[in-house]
Design a binder for this molecule. Structure first.
Ligand SMILES: [Zn+2]
Length: 80
């Protein structure tokens, strides 16, 4: 696992604040059932030096209350 130093201040997927970000180059299992700390993890695929990676943005329960309306924000919402 790697923590990128160029991660944005807000989650690029849902635009909410996040608690932590990690970067992975291999598959892994994520189970947030009954997780007391995190409510949601957003997955943002990126290319780093030509290698495919996935960045995980971890949101706590408190950070999702404002944005979690049951709807998902399209990843391309910021495009014109
Ligand atoms: Zn997010």
């Amino acid at each position: 696992m790697h923590v990128p130093d160029d991660a944005p201040a807000r989650c690029p997927v849902c635009d909410a604040e996040y608690d932590s970000v990690s970067e992975h180059d291999a598959g892994l299992l994520v189970n947030l059932l009954d997780n007391e700390r995190y409510r949601r993890v957003c997955f943002d695929p990126v290319l780093v030096d030509g290698e495919a990676r996935v960045r995980f943005y971890h949101h706590t329960h408190g950070q999702t209350t404002l944005t979690d309306s049951g709807e998902t924000t399209p990843v391309d919402a910021h495009l014109e």
